[in-house]
Write a protein that binds this ligand. Sequence first.
Ligand code: MCN
Length: 800
Amino acid sequence: MSIESLDPDEVTAADILGSAIERREDPALITGDAEYTDDIQLADMAHMSVVRSRYGHARIEGVDTSEAEEMSGVIGVYTHDDLHREDTPGGGSFELPTGWLLPSLNNVSHPILAKDHVRYQGDAIAVVVAEDRYQAADAAKAVDVDYDRLDAVTNPDEALDEDAPELHDDAESNVAFDWEIGDEERTAEAFESAAHTTSIDITNQLVIPNAMEPRAAVADYSPGTDELDVFMTTQNPHLHRLLMSGVIGHPEHKLSITAPEVGGGFGSKIHHYGDEALVSWCSKLLERPIKWTATRSETYLTDAPGRGHETNAEIAMNDEGDVIGLRVDTRANLGAYLSTFAPAVPTYLYGTLLSGQYDIPAIYGHVTGAFTNVPPVDAYRGAGRPEASFLVERLMNRAANEIGMDPVEFRKRNFVPDDAFPYETEVAVVYDSGEYEKPMNEALDLLDYENFRERQQEAREEGRYIGIGFSCYIEACGLAPSELAGQLGAQAGLWESSVVRFHPSGTVTAFCGTSGHGQGHSTTYAQIVANELGVDYDDVEIVEGDTDEIPHGMGTYGSRSAAVGGSSLVMSARKVVDKAKEIAAHQLEADPEDIEFAEGEFTVAGAPERGMTIQEVATQSYLAHDMPEDTEPGLEATSFYDPDNFVFPFGTHAAIVEVDPETGEISFEKYVAVDDVGNQINPKIVEGQVHGGIAQGVGQALYEGAEYDDNGTLVTGSLQDYAVPKAEHIPEMTTESTVTPSPHNPLGVKGVGEAGTIAAPQAVVNAVTDALEPFGVEGVEMPMTPERVWKAVNEGATAD
Ligand code: MCN
């Protein structure tokens, strides 16, 4: 059941919002016409290569650059000390910004080039600049680093052990922070009065980004003007401009950041890495354009991974099966240093969703952030929300099994009821709107759940093991309210800004501070603006991802673009209509109160023959021959939209799998996703986002996982060793939706970009567990490889 996409020309202007029109971005992408950072060629451009630590943990005794400096084509080799020399561009901190959104941190230093201590394999030690890329790479290999190796630790539980090697002098026992949420005492009381409790110990493994386009940057410094132009693969150019200006000491107003086409980010390109700052610094030093593009191996070593949780949790129930308490203790892997946003991920983005879709009267969550010898962990692929959803849905499933209640019935009886919205959870957030039974019921129909248990029994009698798993997820996204972010200690607001500008000829350019990188913003934003202005969809152009063109912006992450950026565009468009109305009234010699606006046309109430289009008004506004008094020429407006709350999409995903106990192979019979993302701007794009997210969730459940050896060396450091699912591994999906609009944004939308990746893993794990129930298997650790499944069945190696 797939949504058919429509040619925009077949859709009337009145129907453009909500139509499944095809993505206007795709022709350039699929014909190779789109320009990515590495496609940029500038005159006299040199190339940078980074010398990276071979070891997971070591002291640096010395760095000998002499051989590299003499090699053919080499322009310069620079180490930590060069960043601080008086004859090189100075004024920067040369430290990476860390730990936004959590005030009580052990905020350790993170130099962009290591001084005398490397803390993960891939930590940057020096850079080489040469005339071409190969010369730079060869010379980087010739830099001789004298290491004194240290013991490494890559797992958060082991890192917190008192005998573990410590990474930082000022972070005792590798503790980055100790954080709690909810009410410990009330939760303890709930457990004391419980008729039944269920506990679970969960590992949510570290996953590595695999964007098709590796990270890359081109920096071009003009000494005459002191302008520094940087092109880079980023999800948030404005934030990077702000942060980079401090890192390298270049004034923000003379720094421009442009995101050309970005080939996938999924949260891995919002963190401020050192490499992009180094390219920029080298360009200033050498007064030449410089390019750096990561190799695939470098991306495995240095792209910020996600997840990495070890959790013990328990849930308390009364004798009727009502959940009365939830207690969670999580140790979160933060990697070797605090990344830009990492501390917010296992705290505010995780702890605040521990109530799931359920009405739980007492919750207590405790999270310890641990430094380990892996790259800094950041907001990759869902960031905190998938970990919360996985935990809650695994625990709900286990609890239902233990008290002998159907997992669907158990969930339904504990759902937040429809009349309880807005619903304030015990963990500091207020769910905006929800109708949780609706997607569940729709999924049950699609799965023919009524007959499933009988079918399962029959299959078992034939020696076939099928199982069903549910995931009723909730997500907080539309990352926004600045006030809330400020209360949490954020150093930035989370609004979004936009400009809607009519040209004199009547066409429109709209600018937004989000920065799409695959989500189809040029299409959906044009639908929003065309709908508000009543102009033809083809007459609207969208501009994003360029700090010189767009006054301000906060970027794209946390599925915020539709809810926050889209709403900002609505506001700007409405301001444009208001101004145009004044001008139209003047030109039509009518009172503005009597002017009506519909489908792009202003008419005088009661005299529909007297009218003019908004495009005619735009032309008049620039001619400025006949304007109302005190009205400036031109027709454009700017808005900064700051919503009242997050948005909370939700839904039910469910998988039916068959497991072969003899080989451990898992195959899908069905995957059903019923998502509620509020009103949909473009159902085809929504469907595509859900599909991509499910592919990632299935990937985590069955294939992916970062593995490090005892020395902190990445074992899964290539596409041969890190199993990214191929098309053949992804189940056929049935996707449906229900619509519960968000009450607090003008579009009634909720985010969708991360829904699938948040929902899918636990649906698959719960299904496998259900299939293997006759073998006493209570769980299999992700990724559920055939080996792990086989061991669970045949050697009793059951995990939570
Ligand atoms: N949309 C819609 N109706 C809604 C909600 C959204 O039509 N009710 C549309 C939006 O207009 C937009 C798309 O769906 O075109 C996704 O919107 P939204 O959910 O607001 O998410 P963002 O655009 O902010 O994207 C961020 C989100 C995140 S956090 C990651 S991670 C992610 C993702 O989106 N990375 C992606 N999807 C990705 N898709 C691709 N192809 N590549 C990535 O790197």
